[in-house]
Design a protein around this ligand. Structure first.
Ligand code: UD1
Length: 438
């Protein structure tokens, strides 16, 4: 198992290319199941979760060809699904257990073929994460669903799902995506209320529209989808990863310096950047006139102390739960008390214990963490427990004295493309140790 060794104390300077958004790329790959046309996807991040989703598509019988960009931070994929008709249409446990987002193939498969079998994802490190919202809505569209041998076995008796007017009990990114995809090939109109409004949903909708889908209300909690008989192929460029960009903003805040993030969508980052400005970081948009590539300059004088802020996670446009761990690492370096409340997942504070091992002064009470800063963190060995928790440990390492050794880096590799190489480009002391040996 690989480890990362982070040697803190370096000031960051230079340009970081931001990869395409993992959480947009995953549903876009699943959406290719809705058509017999050729799908070309650009700006897929070169991360383990994307490789897993490609394996899920291949296990279903899709023909997927992958090309790497020169720097190997991104991939392009061509997906063809014309040989699926008589296939088993089963997403196997071995793949689904490693990545819950595999559930996103259920809606498209049911919509196009009227049958599918997808392993139940089970719990994960950050909480129970059920899929009831996905299944309830698909059942209302006419799907018959049973659980058999750990698998969701679903079929549509009439062959085609029917449009519904449906209010989600709770805002769910994945359920909104699954149902939006299913509705594109259903008969009649589907209205999805209390839908998630995350930018990744807008990106999926843009791809579906390019395939010919009729979707209104993008960016609002009420989506109206008029079902089509057939969707075509398309070429789609996935939006930049706001969570990867946000992680680098947190890294800069902890280490100090001056960096430019290349290919970002500044509006999608506002819940973080507005808060970072208040804590004492400089943020400057650098979009070229008429230019497609937007950049964000982030700077902080290493001699100036950050100010603490309270953080409460919420669905977009609130503060993203996927940046809560990284923000906690930053707050260990800020002067004052920061109260961090996690409202999306019930068990998303495992990084708190590891930050404490590094010397952070914090306490967890239920879904709230109280961080008293600033603390001088000191190097030791810590364990990555989930994707974003691992990123928090890297950020803490940048601010620590001595080496921080992070075990179980495979969590990080699920969602960050070449994180140590990108950090090295801006001067951070980060080294990957292959197979756990120095
Ligand atoms: C997606 C993101 C993940 C992010 C999360 C919240 C992807 C691949 N992953 O995950 O990085 O942290 O959104 O922004 O895009 N819930 C139910 N029943 C369901 C579905 C969800 O109770 O059927 C609950 C979950 O347990 C959680 C909350 O709803 O408490 C939000 O989860 P959801 O938005 O569905 O997260 P994901 O789509 O799994």
């Amino acid at each position: 198992m690989d480890r990362l060794i982070v040697s803190g104390g370096n000031i960051l300077s230079g340009t970081v290319p931001i990869s395409g958004a993992k959480n947009a790329a995953l549903p876009c790959l699943a959406a290719s199941l809705l058509t017999t046309g050729k799908i070309v996807l650009d700006h897929l991040p070169a991360v383990a979760d994307i490789r897993t989703m490609i394996k899920v598509l291949q296990a279903l019988g899709c023909d997927v060809t992958v090309d790497k960009t020169k720097d190997a931070f991104e991939l392009s994929a061509v997906v063809k699904t014309d040989s699926l008709e008589n296939g088993k249409l089963e997403a196997p446990y071995e793949l689904v257990k490693t990545m819950r987002a595999s559930i996103l193939v259920l809606g498209p498969l049911l919509a196009r073929f009227g049958r599918a079998s997808v392993s139940l994802p089970g719990g994960c490190a950050i909480g129970a994460r059920p899929v009831n919202l996905h299944l309830d809505a698909l059942q209302r569209m006419g799907a018959k669903i049973t659980i058999d041998g750990g698998y969701i076995v679903a079929s549509v008796p009439g062959g085609r799902l029917t449009g519904i007017d449906h209010t989600f009990d709770k805002v769910s990114v994945g359920a909104t995506e699954n149902l939006m995809m299913a509705a594109c090939l259903a008969s009649g109109v589907t209205v999805l209320r209390n839908a998630a409004v995350e930018p990744e949903i807008g990106d999926l909708a843009a791809m579906l529209r390019a395939m010919g889908a009729k979707i209104d209300g993008i960016g609002t909690p009420v989506l109206t989808i008029v079902g089509s008989d057939l969707l075509g192929g398309c070429r789609h460029a996935v939006i930049p990863d706001r969570i990867e960009a946000g992680t680098f903003i947190c890294a800069l805040a902890a280490a100090g310096g001056d960096i430019v993030l290349e290919r970002v969508e500044p509006d999608d980052l506002r819940p973080l950047t507005d808060l970072m400005t208040i804590t004492g970081c400089g943020i400057e948009e650098q979009s070229e006139r008429g230019g497609a590539v937007k950049r964000l300059r982030v700077f902080k004088d290493p001699g100036v102390r950050l100010r603490s802020r309270d953080v409460i996670t919420a669905p977009h446009p609130g503060f993203p739960t996927d940046l809560q761990a990284q923000m906690m690492a930053v707050m260990t370096q800020a002067a004052g008390i920061s109260i961090i409340r996690e409202t999306i997942f019930e068990n998303r504070f495992q990084h708190a214990m590891e930050l404490e091992r590094l010397g952070a002064n914090l306490r967890v009470e239920g879904n709230t963490a109280i961080v008293a800063g600033p603390s001088q963190l000191k190097g030791c060995t810590v364990m990555a427990t989930d994707l974003r928790a691992s990123a928090a440990l890297v950020i803490a390492g940048l601010a620590a004295k001595g080496d921080v050794t992070i075990d179980r880096v495979y969590h990080l590799d699920r969602g960050y493309a070449g994180i140590e190489r990108k950090l090295q480009t801006v001067g951070a002391g980060v080294q990957r140790v292959k197979g756990g040996r120095v």
